[in-house]
Design a protein around this ligand. Structure first.
Ligand SMILES: *Cc1c(COP(=O)(O)O)cnc(C)c1O
Length: 439
């Protein structure tokens, strides 16, 4: 090929295989392809196929930035990967609601304007045992709104063992201040007694706040009053007990292979108001779930911040559908639950398949899949994972930059792939990528 044989931009941009792309992307891709061909020619390298180059370029340019990825990281609820994956039936439902008009705020019986909260209120009452429920866009908003509406600028008592920072910008002391309340710290980092609470409470105290420290643990010489003891104290002193339960766990954590953790129904049994995330162990969308006593939920729903923190219709559609799976005993369809319960032998078989796809220089070994955000820190279930040898950083990068992006973990100079969080249809895709990268 000579320089004068290079195709014209218009000719290449209008080639039939590029027709699926918008005109601007076709032109850009054609220019890039011709540039690449020209420099290869002048530098005496092999000249790439223009159309093939343009197709790859166009695909790259039209790829959305926020797109599906494959989680091999060994963390079920990985914040960087969007925490909980929705059940397939839930995702289908969300897509339908998104693509059309919906019954978001319409009472079909009367034809009048309805309340979006009605889609989940009864389900949450049934699943948690609470009198009433209100949902917002995440749990941080739920805590802030609850403090603003139920503690109304008063003093909020919090144990020094629960002065936590969760996910970077959520710091309990800051949230309390921003909600217009005053923080009263009690006890010590490792031990707080009921008498500490009692001594700190005065006429201005309006709430006791309890927060589940979901991302760290205090071990050793520790103690904390139980939720039932705090409930008795709050009742006696006429203040509100608010429990930031966090994970949204609805069943005994031991049925998920995890150590015992406080559940949302247990929290609701004692606290006046309990708050949880929708996208942790509940396995649903990002959402803030607030359940509790009717009169408090009414005040929460009427507070101006309730509008600012409103849940959007797609999250609400996903939340209702996920709660229905729980309510009908179909929680096995929820990926978070299914992954944690997957038999070890099955995970091991997947790991062996990945090992075979990679070929030499790899090993399968036992490890731990962490539950991730919203469970006891370090808690997880046994797993089998594949450790790939070779330049770990470069390999992890190649996995990330492929289509779809695959996210693994680097440990001791190896790239580790944990197949526990893979669906059956993803396994062959990972196998193919490994074959490609090792070959
Ligand atoms: C995760 C968590 C939060 C924050 O929840 P978001 O839904 O991410 O806002 C707050 N409190 C506790 C105890 C948590 O575990």
């Amino acid at each position: 090929m000579e320089l004068r044989d290079l195709p014209k931009v218009d000719t290449l941009a209008n080639a039939a295989p590029l027709a699926e792309f918008p005109p601007r992307i076709r032109t850009e891709a054609a220019r890039a392809a011709i540039d690449a061909m020209r420099s290869a020619l002048t530098e005496g390298r092999d000249v790439p196929d223009g159309l093939e180059f343009a197709m790859t370029h166009a695909r790259g340019a039209s790829d959305l930035s926020l797109r599906p990825a494959v989680n091999l990281s060994g963390v079920v609820l990985h914040t960087g990967l969007g925490r909980a994956r929705l059940a397939p039936s839930v995702a289908t439902h969300v897509a339908e609601v998104a693509a059309g008009y919906s019954t978001l705020e319409l009472d079909l019986e009367s034809g009048e304007r309805g309340d979006r909260q009605e889609h989940v209120r009864d389900l949450l009452r049934k699943l948690t045992g609470a009198e009433d429920a209100f949902v917002v866009n995440n749990a941080a908003a739920g805590v802030m709104l609850t403090l603003a509406a139920a503690a109304r600028g008063g003093e909020v008592v919090l144990s020094r063992g629960q002065m936590v920072e969760i996910g970077g910008s959520f710091r309990m002391p800051d949230i309390i201040r921003e909600s217009g309340c005053r923080l009263v710290e009690v006890g010590c980092t490792n031990r707080t007694h009921l008498s500490d609470y009692l001594a700190a409470m005065g006429d201005d105290t309006s709430a006791i706040l309890r927060c589940h420290p979901s991302n760290y643990a205090i071990v050793g010489f520790t103690s904390e009053p139980s939720l039932s003891e705090l409930a008795a104290l709050a009742k006696e002193r006429g203040v509100v007990l608010i429990d930031d339960q966090g994970s949204g766990l609805l069943v005994d954590a031991r049925t998920l292979g995890l150590p015992r953790l406080p559940t949302l129904p247990e929290s609701a049994a004692f606290a006046d108001v309990s708050i949880a995330s929708g996208d942790k162990l509940l396995g649903g969308p990002q959402a803030g779930i607030i359940v509790g006593r009717s009169e408090l939920i009414r005040e929460i729903s009427r507070h101006p911040l309730a509008r600012a923190f409103r849940i959007d219709k797609l999250s609400l559609a996903a939340l209702e559908a996920t709660l229905r799976l729980w309510a009908s005993g179909r929680e096995e369809e929820i990926p978070t639950i299914r992954y944690l319960r997957r038999p070890l032998a099955e995970v091991r078989a997947d790991a062996e398949r990945l090992l075979a796809a990679w070929g030499g220089g790899a090993e399968v070994s036992e490890g731990l899949t962490e539950a991730g955000s919203g469970s006891a820190p370090g808690a997880g279930v046994p797993t089998f994972r594949v450790g790939l040898s070779g330049g770990a950083e470069a390999l992890a990068r190649a996995l990330r930059l492929g289509m779809p992006p695959m996210v693994a973990r680097i440990e001791k100079d190896r790239v580790w792939l944990d197949p526990r969080t893979l669906d059956a249809d993803e396994l062959p895709i990972v196998e193919a990528r490994l074959r490609e990268l090792s070959g």
